[in-house]
Design a protein around this ligand. Structure first.
Ligand SMILES: [Zn+2]
Length: 68
């Protein structure tokens, strides 16, 4: 079944800074007692770990808000 993708009405888009991979696991260099690495989870500074950013309303010449 193929066809045009229906228009979505979402109000968010994938974060352009992290491309949706909002949290990175960074090894700290130390290990737990079981030998596994201690990881630091670091969130993207732009989307704060959500992976999406809200769409900004665009303004036209008449300063009327238009869905982006
Ligand atoms: Zn992000």
């Amino acid at each position: 079944m193929t066809g045009p993708t229906p228009a979505t009405t979402t109000t968010a888009r994938i974060c352009p800074n992290c491309d949706g991979f909002a949290t990175a696991a960074v090894p700290s260099g130390t290990r737990h007692r079981d030998g596994s690495r201690v990881l630091l989870l670091v969130d993207c500074g732009t989307c704060h770990g959500t992976g999406t950013v809200p769409l900004r309303p665009r303004l036209t010449a008449a300063h009327v808000e238009v869905a982006a």
